[in-house]
Each structure stands twice: as structure tokens, then as C-alpha cells.
Design a protein around this ligand. Sequence first.
Ligand code: COI
Length: 356
Amino acid sequence: MSASAIPTIETEKVKESKLPAIDFNNIPFGRTFSDHMFICEYFDGKWQTAKIQPYQPLEMSPACNVFHYGQAIFEGMKAYYKADESGVVLFRPEKNWERLNKSAVRMSMPEIPKELFMNGLQQLIQLDRDFIPKSAGSSLYIRPFMIGTEPFIGVKTSDRYLFMIIIGPVGPYYGEAISVLVYDTYIRATKGGYGNAKAAGNYAGTLYPVELARKQGYKDVLWLDGEHKKYVNEVGTMNIFFVVDGVLITPETDGAILEGITRDSIIQIAKSLGIPVEERVIAIDEIVAAHDNGTLTEMFGTGTAAVVNPVNRFGYKGKDYLLDETKYTISARIKEQLVGIQKCTIEDTFGWVVEL
Ligand code: COI
């Protein structure tokens, strides 16, 4: 991104930074935010002047669309310090802009011009650059989001919106191998719905079943398809991958599954390493059979927040299936490449990394 392309965004700086209060050696995921936030209002059919201002609560009418009918979409991105600390990079930011606009179209919200998204992102991160952690495994998490703000208690597309970006230092999302419950009752999404949109409702609807799964000792849920409850979809927080007989397999994107940017990167990296990859329909019964005959050797999730996270146990129809994540070699190799590209220790032959 060249500095000359940046239009003016009104900026109001904090009087006192919260940086001294942050313990960079102990950063929980998603609880610490930087000094400033980016905010831009949409009304009268257009995006208004954008601002960067001190991070603060919003004042909104209780009648706003978002509280009643849930027009709310978001993205997850990260900025990284290069391993040699010579600069800061973003990973495939255009893909997040594209996906945010795809979500916007599906949820009947206005699209965000590329310049507004990229310049807001760049200027906010530049201003709060000191919040980017340097240690391995940590990064600056970036949360762009848009909500419907028209104060009207009737079901219709809002005519007012807020597009905002908040950022904060994060450590690992899970930080260890996780267990997942495979439901044959609750579902997350179905074809023709909006499972592939990064819409708040997709997450809200999973909270209760995930809580039930936690009470049964699982960390998260591996969702099956909504129609047959037979085919593997995703983990809500992550896309899912398996290694069966040395082949990396993942469900094909069918409109019900989030089109993960990390998912796409993993597939491209695997192919470049000569690992056979299949994107296709995967029955849970096939995974159970592969576990039982010993050909299922790895199971892992991928996402911006989770990066590449091993799954070492899944429960299905009252039975548990165990895997040994310490023996995962293919996902470890792919993760090493991904993180190496993001931290600029491995040459980025894909053109994914964008200098800030
Ligand atoms: C991300 O991976 O960035 C997401 O938005 C998923 C969310 C569960 C943290």
C-alpha cells in the first residue's frame, strides 16, 4: 500500500494511551483493544466522512435494526511484525474486503469501497502500531464490522449503517489441541441460507449447542450439513481438514460453509508442497470408518484466529474417537509454511503478504 493513496480521515487522538497497562507476555484472545477505532457512517445512500477516534462506547437508539433483526457482519484479519522486526505486514487483506462485501450483499447491506476499507485499516494500524505484539504466536487482531443502525421497529433493510474497525493484540485462540462434538440434531447452516456469510447470526445460533457440547466435555462443535445431517461442514470458528491415507481432504464450499481465507491458503500451500488435496463432500461415516481402519491420521481446523489448530478427539452418536496430535506431520508442515510466510521468514511466492 503506498502512502500517497491515503485520503484524509479525520483523526482525534487519545490524551493518554493504555499501552503501559498491557502485559504483552500474557495476551488473552479478544479482550484487549488499542487506543483508537475507525468509524464511518452510511446514510442518504452514501458513506460519509470517516473518522479515527479514541476507542469508546457507541451511543445508539434502542430501536436500531441490529438489535432486532440482526443486520451485522464482520471480518477477522491479522497484522504481524516480521520476525526480524523490520516492518509490519497484513495477510491477503483484499480477500477480507471482498468477503465482507459478499456478506454485505447477502445480508442486504451496502458494499464498502475498497479505498475506505484499506485506508481505514492502514491508518488505524499505523496510529496504534505499538499495540502489535512481536513475540511468536501473537499478532494484532483486526475486526472490521458493519451494523444496521436505522431506528425503526419494522422488518426491512436498514437505511443507516456503521462500518467500524477495532484492533487489539492477541495470543492464540485455542492454544492447544481441541475436542469437537458432532451433532446429529442441531445444525449451523444449510444450503440456500447464509452460512457462507460472516454474519453475526451464524455465530449466535451456535452458542447454545456449543454450550451443551461444553457441558459434555467438548471444546467445540463440528457441524454437519443442515439437510441430511450426514456430511461434514465446519467448526464455526474454523474450517475443517482431515488427512486420510496421506490425502488432505476438506469439505467443498457449498454456500453453507464459510469460504475461509486461511482454508484457501492451506490448500494452495499443500498443493505447492506436493501434498494431494481433495475438496469434496465428506460423510462423517467416512471419517469414522477411516478412524477405525487407521487411515485417518490427522484432523485440524483453520482460521484467522485459530491459524492451524489440531483436533485430537471427536464425539459422534455417543462414541468418542481419539487421535494423537503429536504425530501430525502434514498439518505441522503446512502450518510452518503459513506462519513463515506471515512472519516473513519464508519467501512469499504466492504474493499474499502486504507491507503496511
Ligand atoms: C476469525 O478466525 O478471525 C474469526 O472471525 C472467527 C472467530 C470465531 C474468532
